[in-house]
Design a protein around this ligand. Structure first.
Ligand code: NDP
Length: 449
């Protein structure tokens, strides 16, 4: 590895020893871009990598809200404006009790390169809170969102920073957040948030975009291996927003998702989670805030394995982890290899531990990184921003078609970047390099700061 890259990784490990997710992602991205640094000594002179690991700005704020019993609750909120070199900061908000500074920083760092990879002019950001919407009433969630936005509104804007949803932040939360922003600012500036409802400037296909994009990317991988989606069986972790989009697009294109999971166990539905009735059931289950995945098995007469994880099942062709970070460790990777799985596409952010990725690759599994596979979500968010600024509404077909072209572009850019650096068919390194190149160039051209 390039000496400068090694030094910066060592520096980050020392300086941020307590931020394991952040350190892990820096190590992964910078190890990939080492050959780029070899060819660009000017980046070393400009100390580019050390500048890149520091967010341009990061806020931490108090979020106080009153619950239905009249008790006062205090949570912590964050917004990390990681890198604005190529466009306004853009990235989701995550509301979950395990959110901390390390997770926000890792997501913001990843987002920077992912956004660059989409080819659209958007910088990288992330935010959220250790507030968990699960089990909260609608009124409590509204009060929390209003309080969160009261702290954040003066630091965001359509040309400054455009938050969106992530885990725990869906259409309902975005609605409350936008309502409060509009109330405080007194302007109809709907380009300030994406993932909005259709009645006030949301984009068609945005709820499905991440999952649809993942399937379009998968199509490209399969094509490159003289294979196709038709008849393929897929195991997807999670049954959230992203997993649902995967199931829907897979069904439209002749494949089917036969496994899905939640925190409490997994479902095996050999018929495929493909019909409108099943997909609507999942949507309703999520919106109900109920974690009762078992009710799907009861309703559709299939298997529910309580407390189980499906890593290692061999009656599927493709694995797509789409739930959370570090859901697949080395032990799981061994099971996946043993099951003879050929394609492993990360969809959630950093679902695989570093050792597990290494093991999968060494054993011939084709691994695609989440940074590329899930980029359709933020890509369509950028299309939502474009529609808002032009006061236009594109049809579902138009957005879907643009998404498909975007995902094909991301795949091609990744393959091309890995080839240019003599790395062969390495989708992980390719995505990191392609994402890095544009941000690096923009930072160099904008001077030292
Ligand atoms: P949701 O909150 O809608 O869904 C998350 C799902 O993961 C839920 O079904 C949850 O089940 C499940 N889950 C959580 N922990 C575990 C676990 N340990 N084992 C198995 N299942 C688990 O989130 P999204 O679908 O929006 O996001 C999923 C991932 O995709 C995240 O990493 C997110 O950052 C990433 N992503 C999302 C984008 C988007 O457009 N939404 C865009 C790009 C990336 P349960 O309720 O039972 O806990």
């Amino acid at each position: 590895m390039n000496r400068y890259v090694e030094d910066v990784i060592a520096y980050v490990k020392r300086k941020y020893a307590d931020q394991k997710e952040f350190v892990q992602t820096v190590e992964e991205v910078f190890a990939s871009i080492s050959p780029v640094i070899d060819r660009h000594p000017e980046y070393v002179k400009a100390d580019l990598l050390k500048r890149m690991v520091e967010p341009e700005r990061m806020f931490r704020f108090r979020v106080v809200w009153t619950d239905d019993e009249g008790r006062v609750n205090t949570n912590v909120g964050w917004r990390c404006q990681f890198n604005g070199a190529i466009g306004p900061y853009k990235g989701g908000l995550r509301f979950k009790n395990n959110v901390n500074e390390s997770i926000i920083k890792f997501l913001g760092f990843e987002q920077t390169f992912k956004n660059s990879l989409t080819g659209l002019p958007i910088g990288g950001a992330k935010g959220g809170s250790d507030f968990d919407p699960a089990g909260k009433s609608d009124a409590e969630i509204m009060r929390f969102c209003q309080s969160f936005m009261s702290a954040l509104y003066r630091y965001i804007g359509p040309d400054i920073d455009v938050p969106a949803g992530d885990i725990g932040v869906g259409g309902r939360e975005i609605g409350y957040l936008y309502g409060q922003y509009r109330r405080l600012k007194g302007v109809f500036e709907n380009g300030v948030l994406t993932g909005k409802g259709l009645s006030y400037g949301g984009s068609l296909i945005r709820p499905e975009a991440t999952g649809y994009g993942a399937i379009y990317y998968l199509e490209e991988v399969l094509k490159a291996h003289n294979d196709s989606l038709m008849g393929k069986k897929i195991a997807v972790s999670g049954y959230g927003n992203v997993s649902w989009g995967i199931m829907k697009k897979a069904a439209q294109l002749g494949a089917k998702v036969t496994y899905m999971s939640g925190s409490q166990g997994y479902i095996h539905d050999e018929e495929g989670i493909s019909t409108d009735e099943k997909l609507d059931f999942i949507l309703a289950l999520r919106e109900s805030n109920s974690k009762n995945l078992k009710s799907y098995a009861e309703r559709f007469n299939c298997e529910f394995v309580e407390g189980g994880k499906f890593w290692g099942v061999d009656d599927v062709d493709i694995y797509m982890p789409a739930a959370t970070q570090n859901e697949v460790d080395l032990e799981d990777a061994r099971k996946i290899v043993k099951a003879g799985i050929k394609y492993y596409l990360e969809v959630s952010n950093m679902p695989t531990t570093a050792e597990a990725i290494e093991y999968l690759k060494e054993n011939g599994v084709i691994v695609a990184p989440s940074k590329a596979v899930n980029a359709g979500g933020v890509g369509v968010s950028a299309l939502e921003m474009a529609q808002n600024s032009q006061r236009l509404v594109w049809t579902a077909e138009e957005v879907d078609a643009r998404l498909k072209v975007m995902m094909q572009g991301i795949y091609e850019k990744s393959v091309d970047a890995a080839n240019r650096y003599g790395l062969g068919y390495d989708l992980i390194a390719g995505a990191n390099i392609a994402g890095f190149e544009k941000v690096a160039q923009a930072m160099m051209e904008q001077g030292i700061f």
